[in-house]
Design a protein around this ligand. Structure first.
Ligand code: MV4
Length: 503
């Protein structure tokens, strides 16, 4: 096994990975920024090293420092988690050059899937269906694209080659408006990725976003672990994921699973990865992109397959065979994940920062909470607003929804606003309950109910009464008779008690 694993990440995913290492008996190293001195991942790891100031580029994105820490402390593997350095080809290559195992795919696979147009061309050659659009080489100029557009037909989408996450994407309904949209898409892509290349695809309307989790080892074995439905999202931020998809049947699952494995094999993929598809109402599916990393929503797959994806990642990186064959993978029950964000759903999902004065986490049958937030921690504005993932499992989708409602009710976070009320509203929505949603659902057909004024109005007299009660209780406690043994004659203790009594 590895001698020591360095986790190049923060937050809940760092803790998730550290837990897998702990179970496998592998010593761990955490890295952290100045804003994360009190973070749970720092406390959980066997060792922890400061990287630098709070901004990501000065800390969690410092590939050089992270590799230096790994070298100095004798870590022989690095797990990048998601985000930050997880999909940087250069970082994976630098790890290998330093003689450290990068727990993830080869740099060449990261590169091939990182450029969306290259990915599209590569998987097309392997027989994977993509949305009709501009085929072949990249770097088409505006004249070429304008000439090609009518062959695709409208409405269509302009997409950034270097893109992903909807950046540089434009919907085009007619040829007339296309030149201006091409210009603005290129500008946005250039400033976001330093690459203004774009391509075209026919717009697939009313589609669901369904992704397939795959695992591949270094010996040519590759399996799929079923799908996740991630259509509940807002502005390209996923909010709820579930497995299996309420839209799916066994026939479509095995078809998409086989295609996902083909897409992975087209880039000689090794380790855990996810292939994203659009699935239209007629159940046609199209490759969108591949994420060459562990994903936020991996727990729903873990709950329905019983497979520890992070433990498998470590095994694979170590050079072992997959622990499972395709026929060993059976789906049982239903899992739903709600991403708990420090955002105010009553105020345009505005980020909310500050100290979490109280965090009471739901537990009980079928409930899993992946979080790094505890009472007293400070939510800083430097990183992602996601503070927890609440994941439930049920024998049926109905039971999972009932459990999610119960768990959301138990969850108490005081000090910052969270989107828990959004999730509660969603769990009561008839469309969600019926599984009838697509990627536009949250933005176009969903709204929060009016806020119950009574519940949020400040009640200064009640607050004052509570403050008096707390002060009184503290005073009582300090005047309680405390047994002292003979030798306990600390003057500091005595003075402290005296001071408190006379406050
Ligand atoms: C599409 C599409 C419809 N038709 N491509 C959004 C981000 C990027 N990953 C691809 N995206 C889309 N590509 C065609 N040809 C609709 C989306 C899309 C979307 C996809 C997945 C999840 C949420 C989405 C929200 C809006 C648009």
């Amino acid at each position: 096994m590895f001698k020591k694993i360095l986790v190049a990440n923060r937050g809940e995913i760092a803790v998730r990975i550290l837990r897998a290492c702990r179970e496998l008996g592998i010593p761990t190293v955490a890295v952290f920024s100045e804003a994360d001195r009190n973070a749970l991942h720092v406390r959980y790891a066997d060792e922890a090293y400061l990287l630098g100031p709070a901004p990501s580029r000065d800390s969690y994105l410092r590939a050089d420092k992270i590799i230096e820490v790994a070298r100095k402390c004798g870590a022989d593997a690095i797990h990048p988690g998601y985000g930050f350095l997880a999909e940087r080809e250069a970082f994976a290559a630098a790890c290998i050059d330093a003689g450290i195992t990068f727990i993830g795919p080869k740099p060449s696979a990261i590169a091939a899937m990182g450029d969306k147009m290259t990915a599209r061309n590569t998987v097309t050659a392997a027989g994977v269906p993509v949305v009709p659009g501009t085929e072949g080489k990249g770097g088409m100029n505006d004249d070429d694209l304008l000439a090609f557009a009518p062959k695709i037909g409208f409405p269509l989408l302009i997409k950034a080659s270097a893109g992903g996450g909807g950046k540089g994407m434009r919907e085009v309904t007619s040829l007339e408006e296309m030149p201006a949209l091409l210009a603005s898409a290129r500008r946005e892509a250039e400033s976001a990725f330093g690459d203004g290349n774009v391509y075209l695809e026919k717009l697939v309307e009313g589609a669901r976003h369904i992704e397939i989790q795959i695992l591949a080892d270094q010996h040519g074995n590759a399996i799929y672990l079923g799908e996740r439905d991630c259509s509940i999202q807002r502005r390209h931020q996923k909010l709820i994921e579930e497995a299996p998809s309420p839209f799916m049947d066994e026939e479509l699952r095995s078809k998409m699973g086989a295609v996902a494995v083909k897409a992975a094999q087209a880039v000689e993929y090794v380790n855990a990865g996810t292939i994203e598809f659009l699935v239209d109402k007629e159940r046609n599916f199209y490759f969108l992109e591949m994420n060459t990393r562990l994903q936020v929503e991996h727990p729903v797959t873990e709950l329905v397959t019983g497979i520890d994806i992070v433990a498998e990642q470590i095994r694979i990186a170590r050079g072992r065979q997959l622990s499972y064959k395709q026929e060993d993978v059976r789906l049982r029950g239903h899992a739903i994940e709600c991403r708990v964000n420090a955002e105010d759903p009553y105020n345009g999902f505005m980020p909310s920062t500050g100290r979490v004065t109280l965090s009471i986490v739901p537990t009980g049958p079928g409930v899993r909470v992946d979080t790094s937030v505890y009472s007293g921690i400070e939510i800083s504005p430097f990183y992602d607003p996601m503070i927890a993932k609440l994941i439930v499992w049920g024998e049926t989708r109905g039971q999972a929804i009932l459990r999610m409602r119960r768990a959301l009710e138990e969850y108490r976070i005081v000090g910052v606003r969270t989107n828990i009320p959004f999730h509660q509203t969603m769990m009561d929505s008839h469309r969600f309950m019926g599984g009838q949603y697509d990627t536009r659902f949250v933005e176009e057909r969903f709204s929060m109910p009016e806020l119950d004024e009574e519940r949020v109005t400040h009640h200064p007299e009640i607050a004052a009464a509570f403050a008096t009660l707390v002060a009184h209780h503290e005073a009582q406690r300090s005047s309680e008779f405390v047994m002292r043994n003979e030798r306990d004659t600390s003057n500091w203790k005595w003075v402290g008690r005296w001071e408190r009594l006379h406050r």
